[in-house]
Write a protein that binds this ligand. Structure first.
Ligand code: IMP
Ligand code: MG
Length: 193
């Protein structure tokens, strides 16, 4: 097990992402933050503590089973409890890997007609992507290695409490990068806030 991202570097990056979100959503009355359990819990909570607008926290929990190639089965364990219709929503998860889970959840939430949906993820493994998912607020791009810590379970489900992100396997290329800051992404006019 080797450290991929230190606890300090994670906290510093969460500061930066919170600043972007505060800027983009400046002036809104309410942001609904939907944290995907279990993996998104640390990132979502740390992010929420730094947001300056009123935030309502809600949670969604699904289980997904990797089936045959490019297919999978998702079942809803616990749905959001809040009415998201016409509201700005920020969906938060730990990592986007193939993109299957996030794409499924975004489609599911669209059926509830939210006003606007943005996606935040701490980690992205773009080399594994099979399903197109746009991440608006991304912490780090990581190589194709299995990781644990900071809310992410390890192979035996006992490593989520580690405050840093660790790699459980080695790869030729272990580079972690931070995406460049993009232009401000303001909320659309007409979204109820
Ligand atoms: P996806 O559906 O393939 O994008 O996988 C997404 C989910 O799988 C994430 O929300 C994580 O819970 C889990 N996952 C993917 N890669 C890792 C990893 O390296 N460590 C721990 N969990 C992971
Ligand atoms: Mg997850």
């Amino acid at each position: 097990m080797r450290e991929l991202i230190s606890a300090e570097r994670i906290q510093q990056r969460v500061d930066e992402l919170a600043a972007e979100i505060n800027d983009d959503f400046a002036g809104i009355d309410l942001l609904l933050m939907i944290i995907i359990l279990r993996g998104g819990s640390f990132f979502g909570t740390d992010l929420a503590k730094r947001l300056t607008m009123p935030v309502r926290l809600d949670y969604i929990r699904v289980t997904s089973y990797a089936g045959t190639e490019s297919t999978g089965v998702v079942s809803m364990v616990s749905d959001v409890k809040t009415d998201i219709r016409n509201r700005p929503v920020l969906v938060v998860d730990d990592i986007v890997d193939t993109g299957f889970t996030m794409q499924w959840i975004l489609r599911f939430l669209e059926l509830k007609h939210p006003g606007l949906v943005r996606v935040a993820a701490l980690l992205d493994k773009p080399s594994r992507r099979e399903f197109d998912v746009h991440i608006d607020y991304l912490g780090f791009t990581i190589p194709n290695v299995f990781v644990a810590g900071y809310g992410l379970d390890g192979l035996d489900d006992t490593m989520a409490n580690i405050p840093r992100v660790v790699a459980l396997e080695e790869a030729d290329e272990m580079h972690v990068s931070v995406p460049p800051r993009r232009a401000r992404l303001p909320i659309l006019p007409g979204v109820k806030s």
